[in-house]
Design a protein around this ligand. Sequence first.
Ligand code: CP
Length: 309
Amino acid sequence: MENRSLVTIAQHSKEKILYMLEMAKSFEARPNRRLLEGKVVATLFFEPSTRTRLSFETAANRLGARVIGFADPKASSSSKGESLKDTIKMVSNYADIIVMRHYLEGAARYASEVTDVPIVNAGDGANQHPSQTMLDLYSIYKTQGTLENLNIYMVGDLKYGRTVHSLLMAMRHFNPTFHFIAPEELRMPEEYKIYCREHHIPYVEHSDFNEDSIADADILYMTRVQRERFTDLMEYERVKNVYILKAKMLSKCRPNMRILHPLPRVNEISNDVDACPQAYYFQQAQNGLYAREAILCDVLGITLDDINQ
Ligand code: CP
């Protein structure tokens, strides 16, 4: 049987991404549809989460599925030493979809190789966060009216931020220009810059972060410095507050510019930005519900036609 897991956003063509956005739009118009009646969705979170887990669980509930799982691996038998393989094989006996966040890069792919039940990668270490990317793309599309030819500024922790890695790969279809604003320690990893060059995507690296350096942005994608990924906490202390977006920095921005952030934020967006018309991060998180309803349906082979019937 074909395994329809969502492991990385790179597996999706441009047509598939646009199709998924149509599905999300349909769910935004009508979120409650009992398309997953009788199905069980397992959410296995080996790392903390608020938005991803709760929006997947809400999506499952709104689609009529039941939800099982754990939010804390200490409450599961992995704390007794059970392997990931055995955990996945066990949960596959109970669930029709497994949504998993794990601290190890590649964990979602590995899980998808040991079961026929579709795995949805809800974040694997610093690697990928494809469901976040679907909601980011939906948010970009809604705010810009297009995904094509945009100036995307990524700011903050570009080394460990899995959301920027996934978004970069997805945007390859849409002729973006990237601007990477990061301190030396947190620059975009070489593998993603190679990816840009291979796909003829222009990018510029900056260290300045001020009203002039972001004036050309269509999307300002802020990220949190990921404390949990640092092996040297002194280094974290040095860089944690290096870029803080304040309302006064928005005076020169384009009228269409919108600020995205996968959240949670710590200090990188000042509270005075929340009331600015450019702030879109809370609506972005809401879009996650619709994007994740689309993902849950897609991994079970439910089509846009099925949804719109
Ligand atoms: N954006 C995101 O992944 O948020 P959570 O860690 O709260 O799930």
